[in-house]
Write a new protein. Sequence first.
Length: 213
Amino acid sequence: MTDSGGDGPSRGGRPRASSRRTLEDAASELFLEQGYAGTTIDQIARRAGVGRNTFFNYFATKSDLLWLDVDDTIRALPDALREVSSSLPASAALLAGVLGLARRHPHRGVPLALSQREAMAAEGEFLASGLGRFLGVAGILGGFLAVRSGRAVDDPDVRAAANAVTAALATGAGAWALAGVERGALVEAVERAVAPVCRGFAPVLDAPPPATR
């Protein structure tokens, strides 16, 4: 196949198709058929009926396909935090921001990294690619919390709270994703996991910062 980055049909592939969803579907099929490690970007593009360059119009790496919908939701985190009322204390604001993010996530948006990683033999890539996303979310939450609490972003309490809330968010979202078709609302699962953490940090985060005591 000549890879011009266009969307014409490719030999052995599907008819003309350039949507991101078509690439996602092709990748899902191949990951299940031959495993994550055994699937190449060229194979995904060929199955989808597009050129290799078209793949990179939608995804930076193959591992991005494991986090479909999740990455879109993570990118919305700053917007969700900006919508939090300025009248809330730091711990409540943190919880409100995380719940606002959960409400933005599509109900059917269960990533392959959570639902199919064992079937796709992608456990190692799940851990490796998940770490960067965890740190990214924790960093954004830490910056938000620093502003709301009047502390420095590298304050140990701020960093501990941001990391703990990110871990609770991942735990709640993971339990929701694995609950199957009968799962309830994501925001409810996230609140069960995150609310106790925010309450636990409230005595520290909602108190005046050390410099002003």
